[in-house]
Design a protein around this ligand. Structure first.
Ligand code: FAD
Length: 475
């Protein structure tokens, strides 16, 4: 019996129920489909594509060591997957469930096609500790507030992580070859701006598991304070590994439970895993989370820049790492509009610029700074949260269909259990509190004290007042 494990956001060999099922009792092949065509599927951003390229390379090696070939295909999965199953002569197909609206439609269509072709299709829970429909309020609806959500969920049990499949005697015969990864052009070439990404990250399961064990061996115990210190390695940096499923939340939870009991750090960390679940809960119940305010009152918000250039990269960033002031001509910088200045880390507000440059350089930004940089864009510059969300989607290696829009809506005040709009972060106060010796700013904005550094784009007090007035108009 030939079985197919259709892998998606679960690029790992261990704790992968779909892979385990496929490998059980016969020959198994793994399939990955790059689907940018099915209706409603959000195409990956540039940093995510970079990650995916390396992740698939590593996954192919990891799977080959288990005697499981990895086949790559492109196109609308609803058509590509059933055709592949037929061509491979497979009798069974397995996958781990996805929770976005368009993705679920695709999966349902594939299941129906399988049933029609007498192919066994089965799906599993692997990417969330709690599937969104299993968590309900007393009234039977979805949760809109985190604390009760987490209270309910914390009382529920999780399964233990599963091991990787045993090595197969031989790969199944007659599996079609699929496409070449290189032909997918996932890597930036002309110019290659991904040097900083490659220096910062090793995509793949092994690197993810070692990030987890390094974090649990030390920093987790001080996480309750360390998570707010952007200059220090106080957080796990697991986000891209969780996003791509190199590491599963079951593995994280299981390992975490072994280091609990020494102080608040591990519990606080567990709560953050809970926020990830809560974001997916929101996306499941609001499939258009990335485009629609959860609180409709915000539809009438008088944005100064309603929808900007979205994910377009400003010329100043193209082909460069962190833009060094000496590399850019002053007139080029003067010409930056507010949005491009924000993207390029040239707003004249050091903490915001540090975050934006960290993002551009390594495809990741510290959570505290994400909140400050997002608040500055939305509230001090008056730019719609969707514009910022799109830039993060383009540049984050952990760009996540649920966590990114949910957090942008949280900062904007338009989301579920959101920070109220009128709570506007002051980036200077935030820098004093969380980067007291200025180490984070010095690392990313070494030019902050030089004459080449731009004047603040806006007056913080004045723009804050303006934002509050705008908010009054929709209250
Ligand atoms: P840790 O502090 O070690 O946390 C562990 C894990 O918990 C993270 O890896 C992540 O999976 C989860 N987590 C932590 N905080 C949150 C949160 N607020 N919401 C959801 N999950 C959380 N996270 C993403 O994974 N993808 C995104 O696209 C994303 N976009 C964001 C956009 C904005 C505007 C903001 C304010 C936050 C965003 N976050 C996003 C949440 C958070 O900033 C990152 O998960 C975190 O910085 C990742 O670093 P870490 O792995 O070291 O986190």
């Amino acid at each position: 019996v030939v079985s197919i494990a259709w892998l998606r956001d679960d690029l790992r060999t261990a704790d992968n129920p779909a892979l385990l099922a496929a490998a059980h009792g016969g020959g198994a092949a793994a399939l990955y489909v790059l689907d940018e065509e099915s209706p409603g599927i959000r195409p990956l951003g540039a940093a995510a594509k970079w990650w995916l390229h390396h992740a698939l390379k590593t996954l192919r090696e990891d799977l080959e060591a288990l005697g499981i070939p990895l086949v790559l295909l492109r196109g609308p999965a609803g058509r590509v997957v059933p055709a592949f199953v037929q061509e491979a002569g497979a009798e069974r197909i397995f996958w781990n469930r996805r929770y976005g609206g368009p993705e679920r439609e695709v999966d349902t269509a594939v299941k129906e096609r399988a049933a029609g072709a007498d192919v066994q299709a089965e799906s599993f829970q692997a990417s969330l500790l709690h599937e969104p429909w299993t968590v309900r309020t007393g009234g039977g609806g979805p949760y809109r507030v985190f604390t009760p959500f987490w209270r309910t969920v914390s009382a529920m049990d999780f399964r233990a992580p599963l091991s990787a499949p045993e090595r197969a005697a031989a790969p199944p015969a007659g599996i079609p070859a699929g496409e070449n990864l290189a032909d997918w052009n996932l890597l930036p070439l002309h110019p290659d701006w991904a040097t900083g990404l490659a220096e910062a990250w090793t995509p793949g399961e092994e690197a993810g598991l070692s990030a987890l064990s390094d974090f649990l061996a030390g920093p987790v115990q001080e996480y309750d304070d360390g998570r707010d210190r952007p200059a220090k390695p106080g957080t796990s940096r697991l986000s891209p590994y969780l996003r791509w499923g190199h590491v599963s939340p079951f593995q994280v939870w299981h390992e975490l439970s072994r280091v609990r009991g020494n102080g608040p750090g591990p519990d606080v960390f567990g709560t953050e895993i809970g926020w990830r679940e809560f974001c997916w809960h929101q996306l499941f119940h609001n499939p258009d989370l990335a485009t629609k305010n959860l609180r409709p009152a915000f539809d009438g918000f008088p944005w100064e820049h309603p929808e900007g250039s979205g994910p377009q990269t400003p010329a100043i960033l193209r082909g460069k790492g962190v833009p060094a002031p000496s590399e850019s001509r002053p007139d080029e910088l003067d010409a930056l509009d507010a949005l491009d200045a924000w993207k390029a880390g040239r707003t004249g507000i050091p903490l915001v610029d540090a975050g934006q440059r960290q993002l551009w350089s390594m495809g990741w930004m510290h959570n505290r700074v994400r909140m400050v940089a997002a608040s500055f864009l939305i509230k001090n510059l008056g730019i719609h949260w969707r514009v910022g969300e799109e830039w993060f989607w383009e540049t984050l290696v952990d760009a996540d269909p649920a966590s990114n829009p949910a957090n942008w809506q949280w900062v904007a005040g338009s989301g579920a259990d959101a920070a109220p709009f009128f709570r506007i972060f002051n980036p200077q106060t935030q820098a004093k509190r969380f980067d007291p010796d200025g180490a984070y700013i010095a690392r990313w904005v070494p030019d902050a004290l030089t004459p080449a550094y731009p004047e603040p784009l806006v007056d913080l007090k004045e723009s804050r007042r303006h934002a509050l007035e705008a908010y009054e108009s929709i209250r």
